[in-house]
Write a protein of this length. Structure first.
Length: 426
């Protein structure tokens, strides 16, 4: 393969930019494709949400070194940033550094990846053929070549359906005007949509709890707002987490706060509930599901907010030889390490280039996409992934094999709780 070709990075989020930083620091050429108009475009959709991991876990070391050369004002490391602050105070300054800025391609959708003049079936001389990347940029189609590809395109924007079987049904798609997938800004830009409405929130994880906390605050001002929390879990207590025992205070506060809202009746819990179908019902929808083995219908629903996780889009890599786990849709070697049936985000052990290798030499899936459907991915884990891979690309095998990761025992996730300032005085 032509070694003068660049390394191609797909995705301009935190992990993609961390990869660019490590490549720049080692003097390796690269190009980065971002489908949005700016770095961290997907994060903008949840910019109002506050992480409950402090800044110290959200900054890549090579990126920090590049920023420091520019006189970057480092955020207070114990502060909890919002998604908006993550973009404005870290990702955008990083993207504007002279080592990275010239190689960014915005508004560029990657349509497919393959080997030049070599389809998936052909083996002879395969590794000598460069990768070809078919893109659409501002309405124009263009092909790029690369010697290595890091797919850091993530999973956000490719949500799972509300249906308990994980299958997208026509009825759910037909009722799309009543659905929102993700964490709406229900206290600001989306406020009018939810005022005094009967709202069903589907999901039992941190995103659902973030959504519920905002809606509960909205209900304080508009008491006719009716909030239903639909989960598949056997018991609602399973969603509360460690509460006051959690090593991350903000994460523990998340569980404690939703616990309180359930106990005082602000949020009505419906669990275990398995959604079977959605029916349009005039200007509303009704949800048909099974509860305790019996059919149970929830009627007069105005809005449905779905927080059932995301799945990777594997269409762009159909011509690449990959090892993808059939259950998690993650990198195959990671599946036993990250299976959410066995692990929380605090029990996933560190991993690097060796575990992320694909049958297609020179192709890597990194970041949240490497975890497929597993919800246990940590930003700092992605930073360690790309550090290890790029050390290997640069010929520094010792650094590639020495995998290190510093995380709190319970992991790093997110919350929308307000910051609590502890006063030392009365």
């Amino acid at each position: 393969m032509n070694t003068s070709l660049p390394v191609a990075i797909i995705g301009g989020g935190p992990v993609g930019l961390a990869a660019a930083s490590h490549l720049a620091e080692r003097g390796e050429s690269f190009i980065l494709f971002e489908s949005g108009s700016h770095v961290g475009a997907n994060i903008s959709t949840w910019g109002h949400v506050r992480l409950f991991s402090p800044w110290r876990y959200n900054i890549d070391k090579a990126s920090s070194r590049l920023l420091n050369k520019k006189g970057w004002m480092i955020p207070r490391l114990d502060k909890l940033p919002t998604g908006k602050e993550l973009i404005e105070e870290y990702l955008q300054p990083l993207a504007s550094t002279p080592e990275i800025s010239p190689y960014l391609h915005f508004n560029t959708e990657v349509l497919s990846i393959g080997r030049k003049d070599t389809d998936k079936m052909k083996t002879s001389n395969r590794e000598k053929a460069p990768f070809v990347i078919h893109t659409k940029q501002n309405g124009q189609f263009k092909i790029y070549e690369a010697r290595t590809i890091l797919d850091a395109s993530g999973t956000w924007g490719n949500p799972n359906p509300a249906n308990a079987s994980g299958i997208w049904l026509h009825e759910e798609k037909a009722a799309k005007d009543h659905f929102f997938y993700g964490i709406p800004d229900s206290l600001n830009t989306a406020k009018e949509r939810y005022i005094n409405k009967r709202i069903a929130v589907v999901g039992g994880g941190h995103s659902a709890i973030n959504t519920l906390l905002d809606l509960a605050q909205l209900k304080e001002e508009y008491p006719e707002t009716d909030i239903l929390w639909i989960m598949r879990r056997q018991y609602v207590e399973e969603a509360y987490g460690g509460e006051e025992k959690d090593a991350l205070e903000a994460r523990g506060a998340l569980g404690s706060r939703i616990h309180q809202l359930v106990d005082d009746g602000t949020v009505t819990v419906i669990t275990p509930y398995l959604i079977q179908s959605i029916k349009q019902d005039g200007n509303q929808v009704k949800i048909i599901g099974n509860q305790d083995g019996k059919e149970h219908t929830l009627s007069n629903i105005d809005e449905v907010i779905v927080n059932t996780g995301n799945r990777p889009n594997l269409n762009i890599i159909q011509e690449i030889r990959t090892a993808i786990d059939s259950a998690t849709e993650s990198v195959a070697a990671l599946a036993p390490l990250i299976d959410p049936n066995l692990h929380s985000c605090g029990t996933v052990r560190p991993h690097g280039e060796k575990e992320l290798r694909q049958p297609e030499n020179g192709f890597y899936i990194v970041g949240s996409k490497s975890y497929g459907r597993a919800p246990t991915f940590l930003m700092a884990t992605g930073y360690e992934q790309v550090r290890s891979i790029i050390a290997r690309l640069a010929g520094d095998n010792a650094a590639a094999e020495k995998v290190e990761l510093d995380l709190p025992e319970t992991g790093v996730c997110s919350t929308n709780l307000p910051l609590i300032i502890k006063n030392s005085c009365c």
